[in-house]
Write a protein that binds this ligand. Structure first.
Ligand code: ZN
Length: 470
């Protein structure tokens, strides 16, 4: 099947140009100057008029947790529901985390994640490998995953002692291995040892409401851990280090300082840290704040975290916006933590809304149109070895295309979203812009408020090494 997208504005990280885009089968076949496809008599099975719309490479969300066990329950979106919701919002690739705990065999965990995703995804997907406890077997597994499995990034935790935590020696060993084989280390950078002490002290004082989740994880402990991760990455020979879900000014400063020395240190943030404050969410009366419990926590609006994160996005100290999509229903899942905030499953659902929420930054003058495409699609592809198959509107690239209507607007709500959760962390937020048509490898999967995709269309993507190193 061929598709001709006429009269749209093709937006890349470097420009915005009126062009026609011809899709043939699963890939982009050609780009034409305005009018050239008509004068050359190009016809297609399907033509789409994209006048006054943006034509952008499909969104790539490099941080999701579908069907992830956590604290005795499981994140509520399956690969089927989560990738369908992503498609609705203009995301055409996710990279999810195969989640290893201390004592498990890494290869077995990766096989489990393949089994969960295989045949169920609406869009393409890849995996990062979490290493929850570095030992000799895990280090050997890193070789195998990079060489044979197309899994080239490994996430470690400085938080969650006893569950995912690695100490500095374990982190250094994994970084040395990664440096050896060209892999990227991703880091959850919060000082979890200190946080667990503060959390236990809160509970013992009877401070059990959701707000204490935020208050027991101060931003300086994210800054300290981020700095330590940057130092260890330097000791390990300038291994590529990618700080996940950055929320705090102190952490941004640590990354900026490392980058100014020329280190291969990168970072992402997520919409919740750009828009939500502790006072407006976690601090709501009663247990309602549990809806916004995630780690790191959303930060106080009395400091300048949000302004700094937006600035970091503009200056490339923050290279990517992902979601850390990890949804839990309020009923029965978040409620596990009634009377003890430390038992509340961590995470919220945003995979459907990332493109719109960050486009809101464009509409508000926080970010340029090109930078929106860069942080949501182009850099994620380059950072994690998918470019230019993904992240580009160019001949030969996969036809993952979003036709985005900047004049549309819609209101986010549990009533209308497609994620498998019983509330929206974004309830009532009206965003400018909307994905009008979403194409995944040449298949139209969303068009004019209709879902046309199917589970099993999405394919596993073997990834190469990072293409984003200095
Ligand atoms: Zn995460």
């Amino acid at each position: 099947m061929t598709i001709l997208i006429r009269n749209g504005t093709v937006v890349s990280s470097t420009g915005a140009t009126l062009m026609d885009v011809l899709v043939d089968g699963e890939t982009i076949a050609a780009l034409y100057a305005p009018g050239a496809s008509a004068s050359q008599g190009i016809v297609a099975d399907r033509e789409i008029d994209a006048t006054a719309k943006f034509v952008i490479p499909g969104g790539i969300d490099v941080h999701t947790h579908m069907e992830m066990p956590f604290g005795g329950t499981m994140s509520a979106d399956t690969f089927e529901t989560g990738t369908r919701a992503a498609a609705w919002g203009g995301t055409t690739t996710i990279i999810d985390f195969a989640t290893h705990h201390t004592g498990e065999r890494v290869q077995d965990v990766l096989a489990q994640w393949h089994a969960k995703a295989d045949g169920n995804c609406a869009i393409d997907y890849g995996f990062h490998q979490i290493i929850g406890g570095v030992d000799d077997d895990a280090l050997k597994a890193m070789d195998e995953l990079v060489a044979h499995e197309g899994v080239t990034s490994f996430k470690l935790f400085m938080a969650y002692p006893g569950v995912f935590y690695s100490d500095d020696g374990q982190i250094l060993k994994a970084m040395q291995k990664a440096a050896d084989i060209g892999a990227t280390i991703m880091m959850h950078a919060e000082n979890g040892i200190a946080i667990d002490v503060l959390a236990a002290q809160c509970i013992s004082r009877g401070e059990t409401d959701p707000v204490y989740h935020g208050l027991s994880r101060p931003s300086v402990l994210e800054g300290e851990a981020t700095h330590r991760a940057c130092v260890l990455a330097g000791v390990a020979g300038n291994v590529p280090l990618y700080i996940v879900h950055m929320s705090a000014s102190e952490a941004l400063e640590a990354v900026a300082a490392a980058r100014h020395t020329g280190a291969n240190v990168f970072a992402e943030t997520c919409p919740q840290y750009l828009y939500l404050t502790l006072e407006e969410t976690l601090a709501k009366p009663g247990f309602e704040g549990a809806k916004w419990v995630c780690s790191p926590p959303v930060r106080t609006g009395h400091a300048h975290h949000q302004a700094d994160l937006w600035k970091g996005l503009r200056t490339n100290e923050l290279a990517v916006v992902s979601t850390d999509h990890c949804p839990f229903c309020f009923k029965e899942q978040k409620e596990i933590g009634v009377g003890n905030f430390s038992k509340i499953p961590n995470g919220m659902g945003s995979v459907e809304h990332r493109m719109d929420l960050i486009y809101q930054g464009v509409a508000a003058g926080q970010l340029s149109l090109n930078r929106w495409v860069e942080v949501c699609s182009v850099t994620p592809a380059r950072m994690f070895g998918l470019y230019p198959k993904k992240g580009a509107i160019a001949p030969g690239s996969d036809a993952d295309i979003v036709i985005y209507d900047p004049s549309a607007s819609h209101t986010l709500s549990v009533e209308t979203h497609h994620m498998a959760i019983d509330y929206s962390a974004w309830e009532g937020v009206t965003v400018p812009g909307k994905a009008a048509t979403v194409i995944s490898r040449g298949q139209i999967i969303v068009d004019d408020d209709q879902y046309l995709g199917r589970k099993g269309h999405g394919r596993f993507q073997k990834r190469g090494l990072s293409q984003y190193l200095s």
